[in-house]
Design a protein around this ligand. Structure first.
Ligand SMILES: *[C@@H]1O[C@H](CO)[C@@H](O)[C@H](O)[C@H]1NC(C)=O
Length: 367
């Protein structure tokens, strides 16, 4: 019983539908209060705590308290069935404090829920090539690219065939890398845009074209990453699936109504208040070539429509990405351990960060 209660209180949209159906089926709610009343009680309480903490200790304590907001867990009835194409049966019982599945049956991969060796063997058996794309335009190149590539060579899909694609406006400045067997690096020239927002916007269009070209022929699965991060742990084939989304490390505990989706109805990225499952991070997404063609086409088109109307979504391509994942559900979600911001500090549910954000120096790199 208490587990069901947690599910209903959970901050994320993932389990609401199932809970609702189950409750309707049984005719009465689990706890004494109806669900809407429970939420009414819970929201002001949380806000009051938040304001007090902010007043006393600033944002640090807020981030700490945030970790205590329940995220909901998987309904026990459905979890034993959860398997993954690459890792086999997922050990959801190893992480009973966090959600390991979504309401549409996709696994959420957390540290120690999978066997990395199974996924490794599966990729070798199918003789797959994995692509990794990164954009290094303007000052992002000298500030981040070398460390990004070095750490990727060390931790990304170790022992597998990998092709790195670096998109840059200065191909000659890309550092020389010694790569392992079966791994290669390609440098693709792109135009320099005058505003950093345009660089981030142009990314989807450039990726769409690349996926339809050589990259799409060479790779079976592709991951698209931001350059201002660094691998710190093994990032292997357990992350592979047809369509992979990354839970945003700043927002994974937040209640759904607080998530920073685009709310302006004129934008192609708009989500209304009842919509949205999770907030996904645009610094990492991936999938099969066909699925990513669809994703990048959708986002590029949305951005173009917005531009024609003279508007821009609040978080640029990330807003369009979130709209896409609302319409076409990802088949695998990665926990924030796969793209963690160390500035958030210690969290009990983050065991082993595998990719971390580098300090952002916007003043330096965006001008
Ligand atoms: C595996 O794929 C690579 C490149 O796609 C190819 O050159 C190689 O012959 C393949 N190996 C087998 C055993 O199919």
């Amino acid at each position: 019983m208490p587990l069901r209660g947690l599910g209903a209180l959970g901050s994320h949209g993932g389990f609401r539908k199932q809970e609702g159906q189950r409750q309707r089926g049984q005719g009465k709610p689990t706890w004494g209060l109806p669900r809407t009343k429970k939420r009414l009680l819970w929201m002001p309480l949380l806000s009051a705590f938040g304001c007090l903490a902010l007043y006393l200790y600033g944002f640090r304590i807020l981030r700490y308290l945030e970790g205590a907001i329940p995220m909901g867990i998987c309904p026990i009835a459905t979890t034993p069935l959860l398997t993954d194409k690459f890792t086999g049966v997922l050990r959801h019982w190893a992480r009973s404090e966090v959600p390991t599945c979504t309401s549409w049956g996709a696994p959420i991969i957390w540290d120690s829920t999978f066997d990395p060796h199974v996924a490794k063997q599966e990729v070798r058996r199918r003789n797959l090539t994995i692509g990794l794309t990164v954009f290094a335009v303007g000052r992002y190149l000298e500030k981040y690219l070398e460390r990004f590539l070095k750490s990727a060579e060390q931790h990304f899909m170790v022992g597998q065939r990998v092709v790195f694609y670096v998109f840059t406006d200065r191909p000659e400045a890309v550092p020389y890398m010694t790569l392992g067997q079966g791994r290669l690096l390609r440098v693709e020239p792109v135009q320099r845009e005058s505003r950093w927002q345009d660089v981030s916007m142009a990314r989807m269009r450039v990726l769409y074209e690349a996926l339809g070209g050589k990259l799409g022929q060479e790779a079976d699965y592709v991951f698209c990453l931001d350059v201002d991060q660094r691998f710190t742990g093994n990032f292997g084939p357990e992350v592979l699936a047809d369509l992979v989304a990354q839970l945003h490390s700043w927002h994974y505990h937040w209640p759904r109504w607080l998530l920073p989706y685009e709310r302006d109805k004129r934008s192609a990225a708009a989500l209304s208040w009842g919509e949205g499952d999770f907030y996904y991070h645009a610094a990492l997404f991936g999938g099969s070539v066909a699925a990513l063609r669809k994703l990048t086409a959708h986002c590029a088109l949305g951005q173009q429509l917005d531009r024609e109307r003279g508007i821009e979504a609040v978080w640029h391509d990330e807003s369009h990405l979130n709209k896409f994942f609302w319409l076409y559900k990802p088949t695998k979600l990665l926990s924030p351990e796969f793209c963690w911001d160390p500035k958030i500090g210690w969290r009990t549910d983050i065991h082993h960060p595998r990719l971390i954000w580098e300090p952002k120096e916007y003043a330096l790199v965006r001008n």
